[in-house]
Ligand binder design. Structure first.
Ligand SMILES: Nc1ncnc2c1ncn2[C@@H]1O[C@H](COP(=O)(O)OP(=O)(O)O)[C@@H](O)[C@H]1O
Ligand SMILES: [Mg+2]
Length: 271
């Protein structure tokens, strides 16, 4: 049985990808799943901050050969495992072609020990994000009910599908004012995707606009750990249960490691 990969992505930035990725990961871990959360917003990592942890190493250290996979993997809340990303905007680590082969092998083996690998990506369609999304094969596309977010999500989905025709997109409406607003947005987006991209979009549901989300980030406590659970946490926990119950066989393992290798090869050949 393979590992299930979920990439969390969007067209526009600031729509709540990191909040979704981090809290889905915590909620799934709480349900007893073995979860690896990969912060693949390379250079702008936010997952560690949202989890309220301070890992000594990052994916960038790993790619520079400054630590091993076991050192980079950090134990977070509910037993989830985090591969954090630096937030320093550096890119020099791609140049360490001598390091990567061993790292990819070790990381691929490490990934195989999980039920779910949740990959938080940066906004939009930089090449790295396209690689991570297409490797995952299962996409959680986050949109908010604003015209620009919807147009950008459609544009990003088109690019993702161009890179991975078999991609399974799921739409998640975040910061919705009501269930009706979210349902209408999903209906319109699904129709657009069906007509112009020839793809069926799953409806992953919605997360209400909830000021507790910002409060939780400020306090650096994962939203889903709040007691009593605020409305947004209830929604995310429900999604996590649905994704776990849906199960499925996963699609192999080592996909994130291989996407890193692919990205490095592209980087090296372009410089
Ligand atoms: N459901 C929500 N209700 C209210 N604020 C939210 C919600 N989801 C996210 N936010 C806020 O939106 C901002 C962007 O979230 P973040 O997860 O960093 O977005 P992204 O990763 O897409 O850039 C943060 O300040 C976060 O607290
Ligand atoms: Mg983010």
């Amino acid at each position: 049985m393979g590992v299930k990969y979920l990439a969390v992505s969007s067209g526009k930035g600031g729509v709540g990808k990191s909040v979704v990725a981090v809290n889905l990961a915590v909620a799934m871990a709480r349900l007893g799943e073995r979860v690896l959360l990969v912060d693949a917003d390379l250079g702008l990592g936010a997952a560690a901050v949202l989890l309220g942890v301070d890992p000594p190493h990052t994916i960038q250290d790993l790619l520079r050969g400054q630590c091993g996979v076991d050192e980079a993997a950090f134990a977070g809340p509910e037993g989830l495992c985090l591969l954090a990303s630096a937030a320093d905007g550096q890119t020099d680590y791609w140049l360490r072609t001598d390091v990567l082969p061993d790292t990819v092998e070790a990381l691929a083996g490490f990934e195989s020990g999980f039920d779910f690998v949740i990959v938080d990506t940066g906004a939009g369609i930089p090449a790295a994000t396209v690689d991570f999304v297409s490797a995952a094969a299962d996409l959680i596309l986050v949109v908010t009910p604003e015209p620009t977010a919807i147009a950008d999500a459609y544009a990003a989905l088109k690019v993702f599908l161009g890179a991975a025709a078999g991609l399974q997109p799921r739409l998640l409406v975040n910061m919705a004012d009501s269930a009706a607003e979210a349902a209408e947005l999903h209906r319109r987006f699904a129709e657009l995707a069906r007509r112009f991209l020839g793809v069926e979009i799953d409806n992953l549901g919605f997360i209400p606009l909830d000021r507790n989300v910002r409060e939780a980030s400020k306090r650096q406590v994962p939203l889903v750990c709040g007691v009593p659970a605020p409305p947004a946490a209830v929604a995310i926990t429900r999604m996590a249960s649905g994704l776990v119950a849906a199960g499925g066989d996963g699609i192999g393992s080592g996909l994130f490691a291989r996407a890193l290798a692919q990205r490095q090869a592209a980087w090296v050949s372009s410089t």
